[in-house]
Design a protein around this ligand. Structure first.
Ligand SMILES: Nc1ncnc2c1ncn2[C@@H]1O[C@H](COP(=O)(O)OP(=O)(O)O)[C@@H](O)[C@H]1O
Ligand SMILES: Nc1ccn([C@@H]2O[C@H](COP(=O)(O)OP(=O)(O)O)[C@@H](O)[C@H]2O)c(=O)n1
Length: 211
């Protein structure tokens, strides 16, 4: 069974994906980490965000096993990630790795922006997780505060809006809901409520797929 979880920044898709993976005992890939890793390397090496060939080279050399998820969750890395993610050559280099992960025997859970539309349109379970920009900004703000980052709620909301626009507006695999995805707007739900709603939707899709 393949479970595809898509949605905008800080909608809680990663939290849901991790829990679904544990619940169904499936491997999980946070695909945002791949773009974050390319963005972080580009920042580190002062690579121009317009230099598609250099960015694609970084993407091609990525070592999944060496990704430092904790460091990659830093605020500025998210912005860099969304810039490199708009470069088609970068997406092309990361495509096979994600498709192979999704289609491994037994299945997998992947979360990102284009899982249900591009990486695994054949997924049996597709959720599009969303919430208002304000609710998402508050979640990300609290997360970054806990990490010890000096941020303001207004700056985080700005970042979220900018990333939403870039991720939805790009020509290559834009953030969008797959026609057959079930939408979960968890604006008024806490982590537990969001999880319960996601599980109910996943169970419904499994039943519909005869699983
Ligand atoms: N429904 C929710 N209500 C409040 N906070 C949430 C909710 N879901 C997730 N969070 C918190 O919001 C932050 C972002 O969640 P995460 O799952 O990483 O989102 P995404 O993967 O969409 O960026 C995390 O700190 C997480 O614990
Ligand atoms: N499948 C994916 C996953 C992430 N991304 C890009 O990578 C950036 C970071 O993704 P993320 O999922 O780690 O970001 P958050 O939602 O956690 O803030 C996003 O803003 C997208 O631009 C993408 O284009 N496609």
């Amino acid at each position: 069974m393949i479970i595809a979880i898509d949605g905008p920044a800080a909608s809680g898709k990663g939290t849901i994906a991790r829990r679904l993976a544990a619940h169904y005992r499936l491997p999980h890939l946070d695909t945002g980490l791949l773009y974050r890793a390319v963005g972080a390397k580009a920042l580190e090496n002062n690579v121009d965000f317009d230099d598609a060939a250099a960015l694609a080279g970084i993407a091609a050399a990525l070592d999944l096993a060496a990704l430092d998820a904790e460091a990659l969750k830093a605020g500025p890395v998210g912005e860099a990630a969304s810039k490199v993610a708009a470069v088609p050559e970068v997406r092309a280099k990361l495509l096979k790795l994600q498709q192979d992960f999704a289609h491994q025997p037994g299945g997998a859970v992947l979360d990102g922006r284009d899982i249900g539309t591009v990486i695994a349109p054949d997924a049996e379970v597709k959720l599009f997780v969303t919430a208002t920009p304000e609710a998402r900004a508050e979640r990300r703000f609290n997360e970054l505060l806990k990490r010890g980052e000096e941020v303001t709620l207004a700056a985080v909301l700005d970042d979220i809006r900018r990333r939403d626009a870039r991720d939805s507006g790009r020509s290559s695999a834009p953030l969008m809901q797959a026609p057959d995805a079930q939408v979960l707007d968890n604006t008024g739900l806490d982590v537990e409520g969001s999880w319960q709603a996601a599980l109910a939707l996943a169970e419904r899709a499994r039943a519909a797929a005869g699983l």
